[in-house]
Unconditional design. Structure first.
Length: 117
């Protein structure tokens, strides 16, 4: 069974930065991040392919967030800069053998990110 463990969430002021980490029990899976704000559906944030070469971002975070993989290919990071209050959400890591999507079967427990204005 694939296990994902996120860390790095917290409280930050608008304009600040946070770095999320996700450690997987498998290597060479595609991985990504989603988020869910109170009262809203879970939404896609960013994803990366198995070797870290191909990345894709939602329009709302493009230019501010960067997704990357660790050298061992079982860790993914999300560097979040220029944070806005609307980035406040629970952030979930996901993994998939091919491409991460909302239908992927492997999810972490989530980590809270709160951005104060």
């Amino acid at each position: 069974q694939v296990q994902l463990v996120e860390s790095g969430g917290g409280l930050v002021q608008a304009g600040g930065s946070l770095r999320l980490s996700c450690a997987a029990s498998v290597s060479n899976y595609a991985m990504g991040w989603f988020r869910q704000a109170p009262g809203k559906d879970r939404e896609f944030v960013a994803r990366v392919n198995w070797d870290g070469v191909i990345t894709y971002y939602s329009d709302s975070v493009k230019g501010r967030f960067t997704i990357s993989r660790g050298n061992a290919k079982n860790t993914v990071y999300l560097q979040m800069n220029s944070l806005k209050p609307e980035d406040t959400a629970v952030y979930y890591c996901a993994a998939d053998p091919i491409v991460v999507s909302a239908r992927s079967n492997h999810w972490g427990q989530g980590t809270q990110v709160t951005v104060s204005s």
